[in-house]
Design a protein around this ligand. Structure first.
Ligand code: DGJ
Length: 783
């Protein structure tokens, strides 16, 4: 809701407020952004007090001698008039570098005006447009604020109009700027690399400038555009927190500046790095949308706002808020070495396990038997697949499963027909040999003919068979940037605009398709992509222990419904680490579950376990994909971490508890919980699963009637067919009836963990990376 009182414009969502004002000097300023405050008539308590400029500050206007722009919380700061902090706009103008935007008007609208090329969130409640004008430079900046009441989120973007009589060069233009008093903030951002994405970095916001950015051409695995500010007192579930993100998939830039007067300035937008954009006379430039949210409920509170925002205002189309199918992807099962028979037998095994979607990954086209060739030529490799894609799709469909396909449309191998026909379509610089990444070049998506080619190529493959899922991959960064049509400083941005255009056409036409974004895993996991793709492949690292951290990081800003998470073989192909099959499932269950291993190679025990996992996930899918997600511990908690999903009514939840290394120093474990209804009673049951006989090594001789060699053929044979529980005729079921208050306050004491003591039904045998899921449901009272 937006309300105007004099010069004050007050925006309220369910639990947050943004209060803007026009200063005496005529500049737009932010008086407050934080937890909800009521609309009022008198805002004297909030308005920034200025009695004098400090020492060397510049007085903006001698007629108002108390005001220096440095002391105001500017909403759109420029340089040249006394604000010496980071400006929102840097323009090269032939006439002057001094810019000064003054409030001109405001307007409340029902929806955003459509942007030419960039994606917008949907179902906005109201949009506030504030027009600022620089009369001297003849420039107009329209600031748009989108209000999402239910998600406690506000968006901001800027449209800059050049009404002057000459072209201008934009070197920097930010989507959002927020100035506010410091609350002893810590900055939390995500850093990483290939297969090691989304590490949480928490550090104090100290004086000076902190930058989180990407310079790779995509939003990157280096730094995700999402970040948080948490006040010093904030914890997981309490205290004031702020979250920010950008709907953009290219080079992004987030800056947090702390001044000597303990004020923070936050900026988000396109990275000014190598950005050099000509704004022609009468032209306009639209920035991507930035979003911000705040909560008094700690990290989880503001994360949940982000999750709600993504589920309800970013992801769109028929798959929005719909159950995501459990998939089997053949990548780690076969890599590029497959044929029709191998794939059809994988489809049969997947069906047997209860899996709902079969995804054929890289290698199905052209002469793509290794990654040095074929990218760009999407004609089916008939040696591998003599009866084409439709044969496989029909096979899957006949078994009641969907069929999905991998593409890497933005790339080309030099060794391909496409490159031979159109060498000029790849991004290259005159006079230099282009550098390769994964043996490939990037197609110049800023070119209209490249866009048209991709739309036609991908479209014709999608028309050729019943394909209901697409994995859209992108496996290298952009280098050798140049263009003969415009300054190379425009290329990165024009590339993203071109990509969005292709995606808009394809995802619009094939809207029944479930689109999963991928970029060597999480190299382009951002809100821009999620405006087109309903889910994202989070990381090529499928090792369960690595995923504790990768998923904990990404879930700070993105909901479980978009986080692709697969169970793969052990030892992990990325880490060579062994983790229990159940843990691989338990981690992947906090996301969109998939399998990525050769199911045909599993023995009876593991195959049966997977069948049970699939059934468990299906039974609780809505909760696991769309429930309210809580991190119950910080990921660096030494012994074990815990996550929870809970429904809105707090009548149902699942808690996952994940061991790090087995320790004999643990006391009695208590089940952590939060936010349960203290007037209710709950039934708590651990997800029961059996243990492999071989897990116990030579100890089996303590229970076996005869002495056996634990590495010998007899034990191996039994291990493949019977679990410890089956042999011992025991069950490790653990159930409790628990008051809601006990769940909230750590009142459920779990059975003791294995401590070198011996196996029996009262011992929880977890070991290194062992884990368990607890299903919690309100006890229904009769009558
Ligand atoms: C990188 C992706 O992240 C993988 O999942 C797989 O699709 C390969 N590309 C295929 O080349």
């Amino acid at each position: 809701m937006i309300k105007k009182t004099g010069s004050i414009i007050h925006i309220n969502t369910k639990a947050t407020s943004l209060v803007l004002n026009v200063s005496k000097t005529g500049h737009l300023v932010c008086e407050y952004y934080g937890p909800l405050i009521p609309f009022g008539e008198d805002y004297g308590y909030l308005v920034t007090k200025t009695a004098f400029p400090h020492g060397t500050e510049i007085v903006y206007d001698e007629k108002i001698p108390s005001i220096s722009l440095e002391g105001l919380s500017m909403e759109f700061a420029t340089s040249g008039k006394g604000d010496f902090r980071e400006p929102s706009l840097i323009l090269q103008s032939e006439t002057s570098q001094v810019f000064d935007f003054m409030y001109e008007s405001d307007e409340i609208m029902d929806d955003y005006p459509v942007l030419d090329a960039l994606p917008l969130p949907h179902h906005v409640d109201e949009v506030l447009k504030i027009t600022l004008v620089d009369q001297v430079q003849k420039l107009k900046a329209e600031l748009f604020y989108g209000v999402f009441i239910d998600a406690d989120t506000i968006s901001r973007h800027v449209v800059l109009h050049n009404d002057s009589d000459h072209d201008l060069i934009i070197d920097k233009i930010m989507s959002l700027q927020l100035d506010m008093p410091n609350r002893d903030f810590d900055l939390i951002n995500l850093y990483g690399a290939w297969a090691a994405e989304n590490n949480i970095n928490r550090r104090k916001v100290t004086n000076g400038i902190h930058i989180n950015d990407s310079k790779t051409g995509n939003s990157s695995n280096r730094h995700n555009p999402f970040f948080m500010l948490v006040s010093e007192q904030a914890g997981l579930n309490n205290g004031v927190t702020y979250a920010f993100n950008l709907l953009y998939s290219g080079n992004h830039y987030e800056m947090i500046e702390l001044t000597s007067y303990d004020r923070v300035r936050i900026q988000l937008g396109i990275n000014p790095f190598l950005f050099h954009y000509r704004l022609q006379i009468n032209g306009k430039f639209e920035t991507p949308i930035a979003i911000m949210s705040t909560s008094t409920l700690g990290q989880n509170g503001v994360s949940q706002n982000m999750h709600h925002f993504v589920n309800h205002h970013i992801v769109k189309g028929p798959w929005a808020n719909k159950d995501r199918p459990i998939l089997l992807n053949n990548w780690e099962a076969t890599y590029l070495k497959f044929n029709e028979a191998k794939l059809t037998s994988l489809i049969s095994a997947a069906k047997d396990a209860g899996i709902e979607l079969f995804v054929l990954d890289d290698g199905w086209f052209s002469n793509r038997n290794d990654d040095t060739k074929g990218l760009g030529d999407y004609d089916v490799n008939e040696k591998k697949l003599p009866r084409g894609l439709s044969y496989l799709a029909d096979k899957a469909n006949a078994k009641g499963m969907k069929f999905g396909l991998w593409f890497e449309p933005e790339m080309v191998n030099v060794n391909s027909q496409l490159y031979e026909d159109h060498p000029d379509w790849a991004i290259k610089t005159e006079g230099r040999e282009p550098s390769l990444g994964r043996h490939q070049l990037v197609l110049d998506l800023s070119k209209f003919e490249v866009q048209a080619y991709l739309i036609e190529q991908i479209g014709s493959v999608l028309d050729s068979a019943h394909i209901e899922y697409v994995k859209w991959d992108m496996n290298r960064h952009i280098t050798d940037f140049s263009s003969s049509s415009y300054h190379s400083g425009e290329l990165y941005h024009r590339y993203i605009i071109g990509l969005y255009r292709v995606l808009k056409v394809l995802t619009g036409k094939y809207d029944y398709v479930l689109w999963e974004g991928c970029a060597s895993g999480g190299n382009r996991f951002d809100l821009g992509m999620l405006c087109f793709f309903q889910q994202m492949w989070t990381s090529d690292n499928t090792d369960a222990y690595s995923r504790y951290f990768i998923q904990a990081g990404i879930s700070l800003g993105y909901p479980l419904s978009v986080i692709g998470a697969h169970v793969s073989a052990t030892p992990s192909h990325q880490m060579l680490r062994n983790t229990p099959l159940e843990t691989r499932f338990h981690v992947a269950a906090f996301g969109n579950l998939g399998y990525e291993l050769d199911l045909r190679k599993l023995d009876d025990v593991d195959f049966k376990a997977i069948r049970e996992q699939v059934a468990y996930y299906k039974a609780h899918r809505a909760l696991l994909q769309y429930g309210r997600f809580y991190q119950l511990t910080y990921p660096d908690c030494p012994q074990a971490i815990a996550w929870m999903v809970k429904n809105e009514a707090s009548t149902e939840a699942i808690i996952g508890r994940f061991n790090k290394l087995q320790s004999l120093l643990v006391g009695s474990d208590v089940l952590p919980g939060f936010g349960f209804d203290e007037t209710l009673t709950y039934h708590v049951s651990a997800h029961r699963y059996d243990h492999r006989l071989k897990m116990f090594g030579g100890l089996i001789n303590h229970v076996a009637p005869i002495q056996v060699n634990e590495n010998g053929p007899l034990v191996s044979f039994i291990d493949k067919h019977k679990t410890m529980e089956q042999i011992m005729k025991s069950t490790n079921e653990e159930t409790y009836i628990v008051p809601g208050s006990a769940l909230n306050h750590g009142g459920v004491r779990l059975r003791a963990q294995w401590a070198g003591t011996g196996y029996n039904k009262d011992v929880r045998v977890l070991g290194d990376f062992g884990s368990e899921l607890f299903y919690i449901e309100q006890v229904k009272t009769s009558g």
